[in-house]
Design a binder for this molecule. Structure first.
Ligand SMILES: [Cu+2]
Length: 333
């Protein structure tokens, strides 16, 4: 009696495998030059492995069905030498050369004058600095935007533990190693929103250390960076009373000891820069949607949302204060 469940469980498995291959965080849906190369390497390797597998299984089946008495010894020897030595040597050599030939281009630095972005791995978020042509440095956090079609030079480091910077749809991964600077060149080939993640276990909330990357047309990117370079747009008392009160609470609760909001007295550097936090695509390093209710949750249940987080929970504040703080932060676009 055949197992009737087999087809449906196979379908389920195929479904899981296929959903893993699309979307904003997939190596197999490349939108960057290196990711393209990595995807073709993957397909050629998979193809090569499939050919070898089919060949070996066919031989095994053939010999399982033909008893040794009827076999031709000479042909057997040829099959062992040809199929067991020559064929794997040739196939693996071709695949090896194909793979090695990709390395020089993949590790090459972006040409002089390319956009420079420094990203530091923190526990468990990303400190991002853009270097503008005039030498001005713009400090951001937990989000990266890139102009389409241009090489970008990432300069990666960490002052705590090893992290790994990975945007699967755009490029390969690169470790962020304390005491060292590593480089990654990214050349996005299509606009869109992609997701990056830390790819090296870095402590309790390693799995909650992600970020979004938006690849934009050059003009939109320039406008975005211009805006990010400006100080915070602090809302007026009469236009947004809640947000204005949130600004006062931000100062009186000591948030500025760890956070910077450019244009205000808040100049802390322990946590992410919050100057334009409300304009980010996500909250808490890629883990929550950027919405006032999520901001409120973040402040009240920080360590529940992100275990081990280096920010105190502010659950002692009355709900009205948390909402005012959330309104202030959400208004920092
Ligand atoms: Cu990490």
């Amino acid at each position: 009696m055949p197992n009737r469940k087999a087809p449906s469980s196979l379908l389920l498995l195929a479904g899981i495998l296929v959903t893993g291959c699309s979307g904003v965080q997939s190596t197999l849906a490349p939108s960057g030059q290196d990711a393209d190369r990595i995807a073709s390497l993957f397909w050629w390797m998979t193809g090569g492995a499939a050919v070898v597998w089919v060949f070996v299984i066919a031989l095994a089946v053939y010999y399982a069905r033909h008893s040794s008495g009827t076999r031709n010894q000479r042909r057997d020897r040829w099959l062992i030498l040809g199929g067991g030595v020559a064929f794997p040597t040739v196939t693996l050599t071709i695949l090896l050369i194909y793979g090695l030939a990709m390395i020089p281009e993949t590790v090459a630095r972006a040409p002089e004058g390319s956009l420079q972005i420094a990203v530091s791995g923190e526990q468990w978020w990303w400190r991002v600095r853009y270097f503008r042509p005039g030498g001005q440095e713009v400090v951001l956090a937990n989000e990266v935007r890139l102009p389409v079609g241009e090489p970008v030079q990432f300069r990666l480091d960490s002052d705590n533990v090893i992290h790994s910077f990975w945007i699967p749809s755009l490029a390969g991964k690169m470790d962020m190693i304390p005491g060292r600077v590593t480089y990654l060149t990214v050349r996005p080939t299509a606009t869109g929103i992609f997701r990056g993640a830390c790819a090296e276990y870095c402590g309790t909330s390693h799995a909650l250390m992600a970020f979004y990357v938006e690849v934009m047309e050059k003009a939109a990117f320039d406008a975005w960076l211009d805006h990010q370079a400006r100080p915070a747009v602090v809302q007026a008392q009469d236009a947004a009373p809640d947000a204005a009160r949130g600004g006062e609470l931000f100062a009186s609760n000591g948030c500025g000891a760890c956070h910077t909001v450019r244009g205000t007295a808040a100049r802390g550097e322990i946590g992410p820069d919050l100057t334009h936090v409300g304009g980010r695509l996500s909250l808490g390093a890629g883990i929550l949607e950027m919405r006032p209710d999520k901001l409120r949750d973040w402040l009240a249940r920080t360590a529940h949302i992100k275990p081990g987080v280096h920010m105190p929970e502010f659950n002692m504040l009355p709900d009205a204060d948390l909402q005012a703080l959330a309104a202030y932060l959400h208004g920092l676009k």
